[in-house]
Design a protein around this ligand. Sequence first.
Ligand SMILES: C[S@@+](CC[C@H](N)C(=O)[O-])C[C@H]1O[C@@H](n2cnc3c(N)ncnc32)[C@H](O)[C@@H]1O
Length: 198
Amino acid sequence: MRAFVLRARAAPVDSKLFLAGIGQEAHTEILAHVLMNTIFVAQSYRDDVVVYLVLESTNDFSRTICFTSNELRNIGGFHEQNLTAKIAKALDVSKGMSKEQSRDVEPGINVRTVSFEKLVQELAEDYQLYMLEKKGTPVREVEFAHNACFLLTDHIPMPKKSFNSLKRLGTQHINLGPKMLFASQCIVLIHNELDMRQ
Ligand SMILES: C[S@@+](CC[C@H](N)C(=O)[O-])C[C@H]1O[C@@H](n2cnc3c(N)ncnc32)[C@H](O)[C@@H]1O
C-alpha cells in the first residue's frame, strides 16, 4: 500500500472559505492537484493508494479527509472543480464534530477531526514514513518499504517542532532533485519511482 499525507497548513476547514481560497493566499487548489496525482492515472484509478488531506486553518480541530482508491465509486472526474467539491462536501459533513471523531462521506471518502501529529503516529504503526524534503537522501538511493507513507506540505513548510516527533517515529527524508517542486509534482515522481521498481 502507498499512502500520502498532505499537511495543508493554510487550508480552511470551513467549506466556503476553502472554495474561496482557490487561487488566493490559501492556495487550496493544491489539495485538488494532490488528489488528482495520487489517485488517478489515465482512464482509471490507481490501486492500493490512500491519501490523507490534513486541513489545519481552523478555530477548533484539524480535518483529515481520507480518500481510499480501492473503495471510491464514480468520483465524477478528475477536474479541479469536481475534486474541490468533494473536499468541500467532506468539510460540510464534518461540521459540529468533536475531537477525534470520524464520519463517512461517501464510498472511499472519510473525514476525521484528527491532527497531523496523531495521524502520523497511527500511520507509523503500519507504514515506514518518508518526508519529502530538499535536504533528504536522493530518491534513487532509497530502498523503500512495502508499505510506504509519504509526508508533504502545502506552500507553508513543516513546523520545526514536528521534525523531532517525526524523527522519533523513524521518518526518513527523501530528496527528489535540485528544483523546489509542487507537492503534486513530488507525488508523480514518487509514484513513477515505485512503479519502475515493481
Ligand atoms: C512547494 S513545496 C513546499 C514549499 C515550502 N515553502 C517549503 O519550503 O518546504 C511542497 C512540498 O514538496 C516538497 N518538495 C518540493 N520539492 C522537493 C524536492 N526537490 N525534494 C523533496 N521534496 C520536495 C516540500 O518538502 C514540501 O513538502
